[in-house]
Design a protein around this ligand. Sequence first.
Ligand code: IMP
Length: 198
Amino acid sequence: MENKVIVVASRNAGKIREFREMLEPKGYTVKSLEDFPDMPEIEENGTTFAENAVVKAKAVTDLYGIDAISDDSGLEIDAFDRMPGIQSARWLGHDTSYTYKNQVILDRMKGNENRTCRYVCAIAVTSTRHKPVVFEDTVECTIAYEPKGENGFGYDPIMYYPPYEKTMAEMTKDEKNGISHRGKAVRKLEEWLNHENA
Ligand code: IMP
């Protein structure tokens, strides 16, 4: 990617912060849609994380002729037939607080011992020079019995990661980025970028 500038096609502050934490130490300047205020709202009309990631990054490349990356991610709860999945951001309403969304999940999970779930992350890279490329990864968790922790964002307080015996919101940023769906997908992206820039 020219100039090592990466435009993350997102306005989600938590996601953008995590991309910055992971890519800026490697010498990339991370911009986001906040730097492109005239960019129209992008309709996520895909049926998979990968399709939606491509839709968002491609919208930026098509409009500005620049390279872009986008992350489409979400939470799959096995007991809910993998919901909210690609609807994770808008499930129960886009502007509904995560304190509320997390409580609804805990209430609906009461008495349910099948608590397995995962975060999924698909990162798309689009450019005028090549077809879209997608990197995907997951992190397996269980739904906690109560919210815990103040770090991270979104569903993190109820995402319990058994190997560390804590929720994603109780982890430091380095701990979370080390094991998360986004961290793992970003490392695949970095490897690809290294080859691209070689
Ligand atoms: P998107 O912006 O349409 O990809 O929506 C992703 C949504 O999935 C976020 O708004 C969160 O609800 C959820 N999500 C994805 N990754 C994370 C994470 O690392 N922590 C907490 N919630 C996440």
